[in-house]
Design a protein around this ligand. Structure first.
Ligand code: DWN
Ligand code: SAH
Ligand code: ZN
Length: 422
């Protein structure tokens, strides 16, 4: 293993341990313990008797740079491998989102002679497809080979490898500098930022941009969306913590954009220190965070209290519906739902099955709580009384698809921002 991440083992005592920040080495103060959790994307064969991997999921905040991060990291090869089941192209809304991102790059940073863009975590090519169609030189880094193959099948250039210092430097030597290095929902998955920034430094053109978008801490707190916390989401970024991280590695935060996707994200644009003038949006986001006290420990502890309330409300509702004899199923076997089911203690006795359109998840059981996953056709066979929306971030898309469910008297249940029957 070439990166310096730490790993605490499968069973650890239920008490905070001294943890140092993966960015600055400062002291990380734990503020929320979500207990023993499995790998969020490890959907199991129902007949499997292999021991399941568990780790302790807890979150803390660095006292020096404010970075919110997990206090224990899972070895990356346990999460990202040949069978990684998440296919980014499974949502029409996300396909449109990434086509827009790609077109924006084509019209701006890539409108130069012989442009080159590198993406880390390109998955099944949902963003690079548009770049490829435009005939622009590109390379994706994707360690999960199953999804990388899906990208290659469309003619997209993908290396089955983790982006890090060595792999990035090799691409620089072979293919020259990149005008854009992009990562969506990937930087927050990486507990070895030093190696990443060294790689970006090696590969990025002098005036290039490093752009990444990830779930925003401000939205997590505002919506109590604690299910954004799981093994793969090691960091929960804010404007303040990303600015500190950029500066720590010789870069500068020069632009931010708030995004509605995945329940609320921010797109951060970084450039080499001094290379560009930061936009007014950066100061705006930082001022907003100051005003709301987003990075204060008291705010984060209050978020922790809200999480416990949502857990209690959700379990009480599901128990009541079950006691009344209602059929309750879930929709969207998300990675996020591993945190909900395992933290709240929700198994097949409360939620009979989960419907999901991903073939690699179907006919398996969910990690930890072992709820069966069925294809969306099972949703109408017969329609349940209630459907717990695990993929709440895709609510509009899913509810539009499943209009008939409501017409027949079915009701959706959401737990973001609070527990409600919709
Ligand atoms: O950060 C990450 C994000 C980008 O994707 C990864 N760590 C893992 C994954 O997280 P997730 O599983 O929570 O992502 P989604 O996009 O909320 O997952 C939606 C799930 O719902 C997928 O399994 C597909 C399914 N789905 C469906 O069955 N019908 C989705 C849509 C839109 C649908 O119409
Ligand atoms: N960009 C896609 C995929 C996000 S899921 C989207 O937004 O939908 C996170 C992806 O990052 C996974 O496909 C995983 O295999 C990949 N990944 C994890 N660590 C990585 C690294 N060091 N370099 C490149 N990709 C990585
Ligand atoms: Zn720190």
């Amino acid at each position: 293993m070439t990166h310096p991440h730490c790993y605490g083992g499968s069973t650890v005592p239920n008490e905070p341990v001294a943890v140092t920040c993966k960015v600055c080495g400062g002291h990380v103060h734990e503020f929320l313990d979500l207990g023993r959790q499995p790998l969020s994307d490890a959907f199991r064969e129902p007949e499997s008797v292999a021991p399941e991997f568990f780790f302790r999921l807890a979150v803390g905040r660095c006292e020096s740079c404010t970075m919110v991060q997990l206090t224990e990291s899972v070895p990356r090869e346990k999460m990202f491998h040949e069978d990684y089941p998440y296919h980014s192209s499974g949502s029409a809304v996300m396909r449109a989102h990434f086509a827009t991102v790609a077109r924006r790059f084509l019209d701006t940073e890539l409108a130069v002679p012989d442009p080159f863009i590198v993406e880390m975590g390109c998955n099944d090519g949902v963003m690079l497809a548009t770049i490829n169609q435009a005939g622009v030189r590109h390379l994706g880094f994707e360690p999960s080979n199953g999804v990388a193959e899906a990208a290659r099948a469309q003619g997209i250039r993908v290396r089955t490898a983790f982006f890090e210092e060595e792999t990035a430097a090799r691409v620089r030597a072979q293919e020259g500098p990149a005008q854009v290095i992009y990562a969506a929902n990937t930087m927050c998955h990486i507990p070895y930022p030093e190696s990443i920034f060294r790689g970006v430094d090696a590969l990025l053109a002098p005036d290039g941009v490093f752009v990444f978008e990830d779930p925003y801490l401000g939205d997590l707190v505002a919506k109590t969306s604690f299910d954004q916390i799981y093994d793969e989401h090691f960091f929960l970024f804010s404007g303040h913590s990303v600015r500190a991280m950029a500066e720590h590695y010789g870069f500068q935060l020069v632009d931010v954009d708030r995004l509605a996707v995945h329940g609320g994200e921010v797109r951060y644009t970084l450039a080499r220190a001094g290379a560009r003038v930061p936009s007014a949006a950066v100061a705006g986001l930082l001022a907003e965070e100051d005003a709301s006290g987003l990075s204060d420990l008291t705010t984060l502890r209050r978020f922790g209290d809200s999480v416990l309330r949502v857990r209690d409300d959700l379990v009480a509702l599901l128990r009541r519906l079950r006691a009344e004899g209602s059929l309750v199923v879930a929709y969207g076997a998300t990675a996020k739902s591993a945190t909900v089911t395992n933290f709240c203690g929700i198994g097949p006795e409360l939620v009979s099955y989960v419907c999901d359109s991903t073939p690699a998840k179907q006919h398996r059981i969910t990690p930890g709580k072992h709820i069966p996953v069925r294809p969306p056709t099972a949703f109408r066979d017969p329609y349940p009384d209630y459907a717990l929306l695990f993929a709440w971030n895709h609510a509009d898309e899913i509810m539009a698809k499943e209009e008939e469910f409501r017409r027949r008297g079915g009701q959706w249940i959401s737990y973001v921002p609070d527990v409600r029957v919709l």
